[in-house]
Design a protein around this ligand. Structure first.
Ligand code: TRP
Length: 421
């Protein structure tokens, strides 16, 4: 049986509710109170779902170490559809996160048959965009990174074909390289914790990438040597540390790290003690005995911006989006002929008002072009009230886009030198 979300499918009409209820993605909203000055993408519920994000939110609030990591598949020029994740990465870096960005050239080559030269060219453009948005940190192309390849191989020891079939619908005909690119992505996500040391990691992605996140969380757990759990038997409460794959020497080391604990064959019980402290000690023991000690990665999920013609935004539909280096005339044309939430006639529009929820222009403003909440609210109100007509609104939106692009291009040019690969 194939699962509902396939990250390589061209159909991105994902049923958000289903993802939440069936796959256990949690809403982001309850965590907002703990985030100082949440950015527009959080305030407006564009980034709508999360797994284990509380761990990262706490690290941000307490100024503790955390990573923000994501990847881009260089199958074409970067465009409007990639901007959300880029902004999320840059914002987390500004909040103190250590940034990591993978250019998934192996995935693009395996899945989209993109030549290595093109992968390089597109990949550099993605990096330039990121730097222009203020990104700082580590970047790499998958094909260049040997430590990553080793980690992918190690991860692959914990992935089997029936999982790949269940998660992605892989069949007998699926290319081995595609399966390998899955292991690469698992490795991308775990890489910061091996390049540096274990710390919470947030992976900002679109909802379509959740299968990769689930798989990676599973692999990170399977690669652990020990399992630490709080247990209760009758009125006896204790912390149990069980070996999963731990070698004998690590077991011995563990026993000496917890003097006074009850040592059994393959597990140790500790009375009293703080769960988090015990987990940290266990992680250290694991690390000094050659293990990874991974902290299960967290993720945030954004919804997709619809295309300028309604429906999916995709580089295979050029009118659905604009590129960051597209000339002004062409961008203007696309915006002026975008599908809006306007009515059939001017009369009707004045009487009934527009439908901003369905309007690609309103959504473009909501996602990217109007930072100020009051300004956005006024746009919404005036549209609903039949005061703002589509022609005017499109023109105003184009002005904002023009300004955004001019500034973005200038910054990209300034950042050219940072992309030396
Ligand atoms: N598969 C992702 C895409 O199609 C790209 C990607 C590669 C990625 N490695 C990653 C995303 C690691 C997040 C984390 O766009």
């Amino acid at each position: 049986m194939q699962s509902e979300i396939n990250p390589w499918s061209s159909n991105q009409e994902i049923e958000t509710n289903k993802l939440f209820s069936e796959f256990g993605i949690e809403p982001v909203e309850p965590l907002l109170g703990k985030i100082k000055n949440p950015p527009a993408f959080l305030r407006r519920n564009i980034v709508t779902g999360q797994r284990d994000y509380a761990r990262v939110v706490d690290a941000m609030a307490n100024k503790e170490k955390f990573f923000v990591m994501t990847g881009f598949m260089p199958s074409g020029h970067p465009h409007l559809g990639h901007l959300m994740v880029m902004k999320e990465v840059a914002w987390h870096v500004r909040q103190g996160g250590l940034g990591y960005v993978a250019i998934a050239d192996r995935e693009a080559h395996a899945v989209r048959d993109i030549s290595w030269e093109k992968c390089r060219e597109f990949g550099k453009e993605y990096l330039k965009c990121l730097y222009a948005l203020g990104f700082e940190g580590t970047t790499y192309f998958q094909s260049d990174n040997n430590d990553l390849k080793d980690l992918a191989f190690e991860s692959a020891t914990r992935i089997n074909f029936s999982e790949l079939q269940a998660i992605y619908g892989f069949s007998q005909e699926t290319a081995l390289a595609k399966a390998m690119s899955v292991a690469m992505q698992v490795a991308d996500i775990l890489y910061p914790q091996t390049d540096d040391e274990p710390a919470p990691t947030v992976v900002p992605v679109g909802l379509d990438q959740d299968p990769h996140i689930r798989l990676t969380r599973d692999v990170s757990y399977k690669l652990r040597m020990f399992l630490v759990e709080e247990r209760c038997e009758g009125n006896r409460e204790y912390i149990s540390i069980r070996s999963k794959n731990a070698p004998e020497t690590a077991m011995k080391d563990l026993a000496s790290a917890f003097p006074g604990a009850k040592v059994y064959e393959g597990h140790i019980d500790i009375k009293g003690g703080n769960l988090d402290d015990v987990k940290e000690t266990v992680r250290k023991v694991e690390r000094r005995n050659g293990g990874y000690g991974f902290i299960s990665p967290s993720a945030t999920y954004h919804t997709f911006l619809q295309g300028l013609q309604g429906g999916k935004m995709s580089s295979s539909v050029p009118e659905s989006l604009f590129g960051f280096y597209e000339d002004e005339k062409s961008v203007k044309k696309k915006i002026m002929s975008a599908l809006t939430g306007g009515r059939m006639t001017l009369e009707e529009q004045k009487k009934l008002g527009g439908e901003p929820e369905k309007c690609s222009i309103y959504l473009l403003n909501l996602f990217h072009m109007t930072e100020d909440d009051d300004e956005l609210k006024e746009m919404y109100r005036a549209c609903k009230a039949g005061e703002l007509m589509c022609g005017t609104c499109k023109k105003e939106t184009f002005e904002r886009v023009k300004e955004f692009l001019a500034e973005f291009r200038e910054k990209m040019d300034e950042c050219e030198h940072k992309v030396e690969v």
